[in-house]
Design a protein around this ligand. Sequence first.
Ligand SMILES: [Zn+2]
Length: 144
Amino acid sequence: MHPALEARFKNEFPTLFRDSRVRCYIENGWEGLLRILCLTLTQPDETPSDSEFESRTILIQVKQRYGCLRAYISSTAARQRIKFHVERESYLVCERCGEDGRLATVEGWISTVCQECADMIRADGKEWRWLEVGFEDESDEDES
Ligand SMILES: [Zn+2]
């Protein structure tokens, strides 16, 4: 993610980015998804036991992994579930431009891109192809 954009997130969500070493290793196309995640994580929870925990929610790391946005957070189970939904959504959003995307391999790396970005990758002479995969259960969800 562009450093200026990352700095804007850190300014906007200081409680989530309490640890200044946290970096966002994602492309700019996922800005919208990251924003939804940050806004949701800073909303008060419905359950009282969670609300006292709210101010303690922090981001540990944000990165792209196998074409998916992965956000490692320290928070409640409810917020982990919200986070999981945003991560799943990222399989459908081009990480480069934010348009509708799908999984592809680009030079051997799994990436989520739209048709237009795929055309640009091809025009650059890079090796790429669409990936046909289902959503398998990710048992390593909270691995860090
Ligand atoms: Zn794109």
